[in-house]
Ligand binder design. Structure first.
Ligand SMILES: [Zn+2]
Length: 109
């Protein structure tokens, strides 16, 4: 891919964060990004994506992307990283690009 995409160098770290958040494991955005404004964007992005990526019903955890499960928290984390890393990258990118676009348009209006 020769098209420049913002954040693409951060993607592996962001996928790690999303997988941790979705599985309900501990994570700290500030360990991964230095910029406070990007950390804030990431935090809200992760909250949003988590809703799509995990289905939790009365303590039973399933993958929201393929419906497999039930998983333990650790099991879901590993499943997301093994099976859905690319898919999560795409979700993160399109959501980030959307948010950056919205911000730019707010600034210009
Ligand atoms: Zn899955």
């Amino acid at each position: 891919m020769n098209q420049h995409r913002p954040f693409s160098n951060m993607l592996p770290r962001i996928v790690e964060l999303v997988a941790r958040a979705a599985a309900g494991l501990k994570y700290d955005v500030r360990e991964y990004v230095a910029s406070e404004s990007i950390a804030a964007i990431l935090t809200s992005l992760i909250d949003e994506l988590t809703k799509t990526i995990v289905e939790e019903d009365e303590g039973v955890i399933r993958c929201g992307l393929c419906g497999r499960g039930p998983f333990t928290r650790k099991g879901l984390y590993l499943h997301l990283k093994r099976v859905h890393a690319r898919q999560i990258e795409e979700l993160v990118l399109s959501e980030l690009e959307h948010r950056v676009w919205v911000m730019k348009n707010k600034l210009n209006s």
